[in-house]
Design a protein around this ligand. Sequence first.
Ligand SMILES: [Cu+2]
Length: 332
Amino acid sequence: MKSLLKSVKILIYSLLLVSACAIAVFAHDRIDYKQYKYNWDHNVGQYARPDVRKNVTDLTSAEKTAFVKAIKTLKTVIPAGSKLSIYDQFVAIHIGATRLIHNHKGHSNGSVQELAHENAAFFPWHREYIRRFEQALQAVDPNVTLPYWDWTDAKALDVIFNDDFLGSNGQGVTIKIPNQGNFTGGIVPGAFSAAYGWVMNPALNIDLDTNTSLGTSLVRFLKLPPATDYPVPKKDVERALALNDYSLFRPALEGFISVDEQGKVTPGGFVHNYIHGLVGGVQIDASTRPVKFKGLGTMSNIPSSPYDPVFWLHHANADRLWAEWQENGPSR
Ligand SMILES: [Cu+2]
């Protein structure tokens, strides 16, 4: 009789425990995670709470501090058995991807074939890349997500390039441009300077075309002519988003072509590509045909551009726009 009573007690406790769990799960499950169809967590076997990426202009000052702190941690932590910090490894991955096909096919004529840029892989490759970086940040601080830089948002430029976040324009170099005036740029002071531990690996920060090192400092030439216009016109982004064909949408948003309302295609440097130049600075040598572009700062040297922390905000926005494009048509 006593043992029967004991069994009943255990049964009641178990039932209470199970129902308590059920309530907890139900309360937790009010949000319909199924709508986030890409977020199935294979390890747990349920829809995971999605990470939310915010517009950089909506970050609180605590969120800005946490983001910078997590980035700096990745720059300092060197995993056992490696010579590179986690951050430097991410930069190396980007550099490797720009040359992978070239090496893989064993070309010896010096021609360069891109894997992660200038072809269809641009969006998916960067989606995976920045997500892995975001997860590395979350291993430092689980509350951090990548903010995005909406290039059409006039306020964003001052919010990002500010001493309380990713640092200002570079300093110390004056460039005189006839009929346009004097422009400054150079090494970025503040939180992303050498004095605060932002020292790039000179063997990674290289111009692959000339095989010369670009040094150890973060360099910016913000809004140097010809890349003086900011924000990016909304219609430029909208026109790219309206293109149904991925083989047009991709080069239009990556920024190699512009497609007008009549469908006329003009080559040039727009949206994503333009922003790399707006931050890093690009000079034009008009004496040659075709006209030669010379990148000055970190963001203008595409392979090692993730050394400028704004890279992640820039690509979070490219990824956001691709997601928007994908959602706007079943054929996409
Ligand atoms: Cu890239």
